[in-house]
Design a protein around this ligand. Structure first.
Ligand code: ZN
Ligand code: ZN
Length: 183
């Protein structure tokens, strides 16, 4: 079950989707999928044993940027987290990958060269930073290690936006508006 609500600012009128924790997975065409945790989604999620994990969307109120943290699931014995992490970096950057031979690659096989497919989706209008959450630190897409739960841009603490958080636009307090249950 997913709770989707909105946060709104009475002062400047900003409205933000508040979707909580999301999930991501590599689908059969070699693309990264991101979705809320509905029942249907979770069936796809657990069916996929090549690459999957949780995505938390948080906010840095110091430099006013959104920070997306991807945490990979370990998909069983022999699963190569380092290779999965390198693959995830490409997928977050917008590459598709060729799924042929990928299972073998991610479970420690030799002789598979990871090929990105179809070029890069050049979305540069993003107002957010992406990091990969590891056990002891977080990793930026250009390979920088940063402290967990900190902003890759300014080093400040990041948190989920909730009822009472400062508005990203004007710093007045946000409040929750609607809640609906998706399933
Ligand atoms: Zn920041
Ligand atoms: Zn505001």
């Amino acid at each position: 079950m997913a709770i989707i609500g909105k946060l709104a600012c009475d002062s400047c009128g900003l409205e933000i989707e508040n979707e909580g924790l999301k999930v991501f997975w590599l689908d059969f065409s070699g693309e990264l999928r991101i979705s809320s945790q509905t029942r249907i989604t979770m069936i796809n999620f657990y069916d996929n044993t090549l690459l999957r994990g949780y995505l938390s969307k948080r906010y840095c109120s110091h430099c006013r940027n959104h920070v997306n943290t991807y945490r990979l699931d370990n998909c069983g014995e022999g699963y190569d987290m380092k290779r999965a992490c390198n693959l995830l970096k490409l997928l977050i950057k917008g590459y598709k990958v060729d799924p042929v031979g990928l299972r073998d690659h991610l479970y420690g096989g030799e002789g598979f060269f990871l090929k990105p497919k179809d070029g890069l989706d050049m979305k540069k209008d993003k107002e957010s930073f992406d990091v990969i959450g590891l056990t002891d630190y977080d990793l930026t897409l250009d390979g920088r290690k940063i402290d967990k739960d900190t902003c890759p841009n300014c080093g400040g603490g990041i948190d989920f936006l909730t009822d009472g958080s400062p508005c990203p636009r004007c710093s007045c307090n946000l409040h929750g508006v609607r809640r609906k249950f998706l399933d």
